[in-house]
Design a protein around this ligand. Structure first.
Ligand code: ADP
Ligand code: MG
Length: 449
């Protein structure tokens, strides 16, 4: 029969064992704050100051603890954690506290890209809505849309707009206390302050802001323990009428984050940035070329913009490359030079190469159904799902209007939209389905190449 102090005693031995294995600062910061509180049957109750310490322990030492207990005791404990928050605004400071400056207290200008201003942002129908919302927020922080959530694919100008808000707001509202950070920086800031036991300072800093701009919130996914801190910060700021702007590569509903945080993010205005139309791409290209002192004939600008179509950053890359080529070789910009210099940057013209038929063929092969069934009206699950996958891929890979695509399937454009949304959602959580969809896509790309 085991006596009740066994686990507690063994915990002390385990601490000695861990202390030998890890660095002094790791031990001090992450292990020392954990106290073994009591044993209840086969449960060991540990007291921790916050969930980060708990998470750290579970990630790094859970397995070892189980092994240690099993080999010394023959029995694995079930762990239970009790969070005992340190009192807020504690006056106790550690010697390390002053050595950690929050990233945000560094000079903001260094981290804001000066060229990302509203003046340098070319407007088109794909980004007009997001741009106006951003400008509204910069002019009247906390009074128009709060939070403003901007989402869209890679290289479409989200960070540009975020920094533009910061520049504009700083200029217009001199006393405004503002921070513009990436989600990674936010997480690192928390980790640093946890280590130096100065979380209060960090909390106070964030909560004293008038405007908080957070870039790439998608990186908070799978870092759930940091979510709570960010969510609390958002709530405090919003309740006080302070402005928040968030960017993401997906809309809030598609992020794997808590319902609470998603609800907060959907509270204000959600603005989507799409792929710019051909004319806007040409305007962006010409603007960037002009800034580099490069003269690109209009016909050639169209030619480039037709081939680089889903990423503005790549358009910029094209201008840089072209500029280098034409300067180095002292050549005029002609279609041949463009072909030579930019060939590997040109994207596959999906529109010309990929057809609905090809998509149906690949989907049928991977999902083991008949093409005629996919085209037919059968609604069983075995057929309906691959049919929706085909519609989803058609939307993704073929640069046609929804009406046109719908017609190729004999469906309305709203059926197509519904299918796209359904599959987009399903592949977030269903790994098997995602792999199959990826496989179809690879198949199509291989047959189109
Ligand atoms: P994202 O954050 O969406 O990945 P960025 O904001 O980093 O994209 O934009 C990528 C590059 O494209 C930046 O250099 C940015 O200045 C430029 N860019 C994007 N959209 C526009 C636009 N509408 N007008 C001018 N430049 C743009
Ligand atoms: Mg960005």
């Amino acid at each position: 029969m085991l006596i009740s102090t066994d686990f507690l005693q063994l915990w002390q031995e385990f601490l000695l064992y861990v202390e030998e294995k890890c660095s002094a600062s790791e031990y001090q910061n992450w292990i020392c704050p954990i106290k073994a509180k009591e044993q209840k049957d086969d449960q060991l109750v540990l007291e921790v100051p916050n969930i980060f310490v708990k998470e750290y322990f579970l990630t790094n030492y859970h397995k070892e603890l189980l092994q240690f207990f099993t080999s010394h005791h023959g029995q694995k404990p079930h762990l239970a954690f009790v969070i005992v928050e340190e009192p807020l605004l504690s006056s106790v400071t550690t010697p390390q506290e002053n050595s950690v400056a929050p990233i945000l207290e560094k000079e903001e200008e260094i981290r804001l890209n000066l060229s990302y201003s509203f003046d340098n942002f070319i407007e088109g129908s794909s980004n007009q809505f997001a741009r106006s919302a951003a400008l509204g927020v910069a002019m009247h922080p906390g009074r128009s849309y709060n939070p403003l959530f901007i989402h869209g694919g890679v290289g479409l100008g989200k960070t540009h707009l975020l920094h533009a808000i910061a520049h504009f707001a700083k200029k217009e509202h001199k006393k405004l206390k503002l921070a513009c950070i990436t989600t990674e920086e936010f997480i690192n800031d928390i980790i640093e302050h946890l280590k130096s036991k100065s979380m209060d300072k960090l909390k106070k800093f964030y909560r004293s802001l008038d405007m908080l701009l957070v870039d790439d919130i998608q990186f908070l996914q799978n870092r759930l323990n940091f979510e709570e801190e960010l969510c609390n910060t958002f709530e405090t700021l919003i309740n006080e009428g302070k402005q928040i702007v968030i960017t993401s590569d997906k809309p809030p509903s598609q992020l794997k984050l808590s319902e609470r945080l998603i609800a907060r993010m959907e509270w204000g205005l959600v603005a989507h940035m799409g792929i710019p139309e051909l004319e806007t791409r040409v305007a962006i290209l010409q603007y960037k070329a002009q800034q580099k002192g490069l003269d690109i004939p209009q016909k050639i600008a169209f030619y480039i913009a037709e081939h680089i179509y889903n990423n503005v950053r790549q358009l910029e890359g094209a201008v840089n490359k072209l500029s280098a080529h034409s300067r180095l070789l002292n050549l005029e910009i002609t279609e041949e030079l463009v072909e030579r210099a930019l060939r590997e940057m040109f994207q596959m013209p999906y529109q010309a190469r990929i057809s609905v038929e090809q998509i149906l063929k690949s989907v049928a092969a991977v999902f083991d159904v008949r093409i005629s069934d996919l085209k037919g009206a059968v609604r069983t699950k075995e057929i309906a799902l691959p049919r929706q996958v085909a519609m989803y891929l058609a939307c993704k890979l073929i640069n046609d209007s929804l009406q046109m695509l719908g017609a190729s399937f004999g469906k309305t454009h709203s059926t197509l939209l519904h299918a796209r949304k359904n599959i987009e959602q399903k592949i977030q959580s269903d790994d098997t389905l995602r792999r199959r969809v990826d496989m179809v896509e690879r198949n199509i790309a291989a047959s189109a190449a």
